[in-house]
Design a protein around this ligand. Structure first.
Ligand code: KIV
Length: 266
């Protein structure tokens, strides 16, 4: 089985839609990789989904390296993309290249993802020149949540032009792909037409070159809030809670373990 490469992703533009999900550990990554996904993103949504923070800001390099390594061990086919955490690339070019290099060397990621526009173009250029493939991310960039005042739709009205302009700058800087999050579909469609690199939408409508969802949302593992743009393909929270409740009952009633779960004496 051939591993998906960055040139494969670039070639998909206008040919076939790209499917990406997040994963944060080995066992989920193994399952996801058997389902024909093009890319698996170790998102810094890890912080909210798996670590229980209320934003992605506290996520560290150590968290991301650890989880990316686990995901990469479970993946044979998809391109593994690692999210660079808040403040691992914003503070300078040297630091950005060093930290991105750690994802490639220590975690065996195939690419990194960064959030933001013009302000991080020098970092993106330097990473790409060092041989590190970079995915961009514009629109609702969760690392800017403090500036946005919450997880809010971006790019309505005139502010959409700035996002479109920055999309062009990220392509020029060498990004091989661009995530567009929580922006109006018309804007995402215009950006997708204008760029030669694929766009991957999350809450950005059907005209993007591909889609990404957080795997826990897609599988219905979160029984609290579900964003409007999520389609739940399963309701695992119900299945998991039923299984665990049945297990507790069995343990208490003596229904588990039974003979078939025990070793023979001889
Ligand atoms: O961290 C993440 O999971 C992401 C995706 C939602 C694109 O950045």
């Amino acid at each position: 089985m051939n591993k998906t490469t960055v040139p494969d992703v670039l070639r998909a533009k206008g040919q076939n839609k790209l499917a990406m999900v997040t994963a944060y550990d080995y066992s989920m990554a193994r399952l996801a990789d058997q389902c024909g996904l093009d890319m698996i993103l170790v998102g810094d949504s890890l912080g909210m989904v798996s670590l229980g923070y209320d934003s992605t800001l506290p996520v560290t390099m150590q968290d991301m390296l650890h989880h990316t390594r686990a995901v990469a061990r479970g993946v044979d086919k998809a391109l593994v993309v690692a999210d660079m955490p808040f403040m691992s690339y914003q503070t300078g070019v040297g630091r950005a290249v060093y930290n991105a290099g750690r994802f490639m060397k220590e975690s065996l990621a195939g690419a990194v993802k960064v959030e933001g526009g013009a302000a991080i173009v020098p970092q993106i250029r330097a990473m790409v020149e060092s041989g590190i493939p970079v995915m961009g991310h514009l629109g609702l960039t969760p690392q800017h949540v403090a500036m946005f005042g919450g997880f809010k739709v971006q790019g309505r009205g005139k502010s959409g032009e700035l996002i479109a302009e920055q999309a062009g700058q990220l392509e020029q800087a060498g990004c091989f792909c661009l995530v567009l999050e929580a922006i109006p579909p018309g804007l995402a469609g215009r950006i997708t037409k204008k760029l030669n690199i694929p766009t991957i939408g999350i809450g950005a409508g059907p005209e993007c070159d591909g889609q990404v969802l957080v795997i826990n949302d897609l599988l219905g593992m979160n029984d609290e809030f579900t964003p409007r743009f999520v389609k739940k393909y399963a309701d695992l929270s119900v299945i998991i809670k039923k299984a665990l409740t049945d297990y507790v009952q069995d343990v208490r009633s003596g229904g588990f373990p039974r003979e078939e779960h025990c070793y023979r004496e001889d």
